[in-house]
Write a protein that binds this ligand. Structure first.
Ligand SMILES: Cc1cc2nc3c(=O)[nH]c(=O)nc-3n(C[C@H](O)[C@H](O)[C@H](O)COP(=O)(O)O)c2cc1C
Length: 409
């Protein structure tokens, strides 16, 4: 065990169960439904149809979105008995911080279409539990506003996610702003140099950025503002047009990682790695972490389910940097399986967004508490006491996911 600051204790599974049952005795309920299909259903009732589709949808026929869930169904846990699991510790160490549980709020853009508090809600909920929050480049509140708001709750890790656009000065400016505002890692998303073919959004003719939503980090950036004849407040249409011309950069190669290294001292984590050869190239480029992810099936339809890609990447990395995972995490068992296949921690996307839609900051907090409690119980009931004990011997692989319930996202 390192000498890193001890993380705050989160309620263990049985404690959280008792809280909820005690609430039930007095006729109360948690602020979000515990069964995920009810949570999702409630969120969908609240959200405008096009915002709902923006969150729920994926690329093309959404095969990869389904593949993400099916990959989990193929792996089953094989519980062990009589192993004294009375003392448990879910904490993990990542990039110089000790987290109370292996759970991170992943980067999600344009959260103002989900809840008026947007990114502030998730950042504050994460801070209150000591879990990291990753702020998207496409956030609805600026790098600095989110930092200030989260700091008021507690000191806890926050990372900045970069969409690496065409203008190097703008990229450098955002990266430097994030470091100045206390973001302690840079998550570089590689899988979205262009937006995937998202049929639901195309059907609605809806891209929130074209309405000026999710552009807070651009509109507040001195380099971006310097490229405009009039400030975005006076001429939003021109600012949106400029964003459209700088967002996408399809020319980047592995050599370009050196540029980021020159502009920040914080650890660099690459998000969107699926191929083991890319994991090897990432290590050659000297990065500090890898996130196995297919962006929740929002980019390449037909791509491999993210969990199916995890073992190959973990094998290639061989413990040299932490490997994190996202795409399809919904329950404690999913986190267990990802950890057993070699991930150090998981990132959440849609799961926490449903909590955000239903009950803002408290909704995100409840979703997190429920997931951690579910994970704690899954670990204990399977005969383990901490995350690092988990490996593939805790799982068996079945041939088919067909016997499982209908995949649901
Ligand atoms: C509405 C929405 C917006 C997203 N925005 C971003 C983003 O700005 N940057 C990013 O790296 N990933 C983004 N993602 C991808 C998530 O970080 C994550 O990879 C994905 O949601 C995981 O899949 P899951 O939600 O099915 O678990 C977004 C995902 C959703 C659903």
């Amino acid at each position: 065990m390192s000498d890193l600051k001890k993380p705050q204790a989160l309620p263990a599974g049985p404690e959280r169960e008792l809280q909820i049952y005690a609430l039930g005795l007095s006729g109360g309920k948690p602020c979000v439904p515990v069964p995920l299909h009810l949570l999702e259903q409630k969120a969908k009732e609240i959200l405008a149809p096009r915002a709902c589709d923006y969150v729920a949808g994926g690329a093309g026929g959404e095969d990869t979105m389904r593949a993400n869930r099916e990959a989990f169904y193929r792996w089953r846990i094989v519980p062990r008995m009589l192993r004294d699991v009375s003392k448990r510790d879910l904490s993990v160490e990542i990039l110089g911080a000790r987290l109370p549980a292996p759970v991170i709020l992943g980067p999600v853009g344009v959260q103002e279409i989900i809840h008026a508090d947007a990114d502030l809600a998730g950042a504050r909920a994460a801070a209150s539990l000591g879990l990291p929050f990753v702020l998207s480049t496409m956030s609805s509140r600026s790098i600095e506003d989110v930092a200030q708001s989260a700091e008021k709750i507690a000191e806890s890790p926050r990372w900045f996610q970069l969409y690496w656009g065409k203008n190097p000065e703008l990229t450098a400016s955002m990266v430097e702003r994030a470091e100045r505002a206390g973001y302690s890692a840079l998550v570089v998303t590689l899988d979205t140099h262009s937006l995937g073919w998202r049929e639901r959004d195309l059907h609605h003719g809806y891209l929130p950025f074209m309405l000026g939503q999710g552009l807070a980090n651009y509109f507040s950036d001195p380099v971006f503002r310097g490229l405009l004849a009039q400030p975005p407040e006076q001429n939003p249409a021109a600012a949106i047009q400029l964003w459209g011309s700088v967002f996408s950069n399809t020319a980047l190669t592995w050599k370009d990682i050196a540029f980021l290294r020159q502009h920040t001292r914080v650890p660099i984590v690459l998000k969107g790695i699926l191929h083991s050869n890319d994991a090897a190239l990432a290590l050659d480029a000297g990065v500090d972490g890898i996130i196995v992810s297919n962006h929740g099936g929002r980019q390449v339809d037909g791509a491999i389910g993210a969990l199916d890609a995890l073992p190959g990447v973990v094998r290639e990395v061989n413990g040299r940097v932490p490997v994190l995972f996202d795409s399809g995490i919904r329950h404690g068992a999913d986190v267990f399986k990802a950890l057993a296949l070699g991930a150090r921690a998981v990132l959440l996307g849609r799961l926490y967004l449903w909590g955000l839609a239903v009950a803002g900051e408290q909704g995100v907090r409840d979703v997190l508490l429920n997931l951690v409690a579910d994970l704690d119980l899954t670990i204990a009931l399977s005969g383990y006491t901490c995350c690092r004990e988990l490996d593939s011997s805790a799982l068996c692989k079945t041939d088919s996911a067909e016997s499982m319930r209908q995949p649901r996202l």
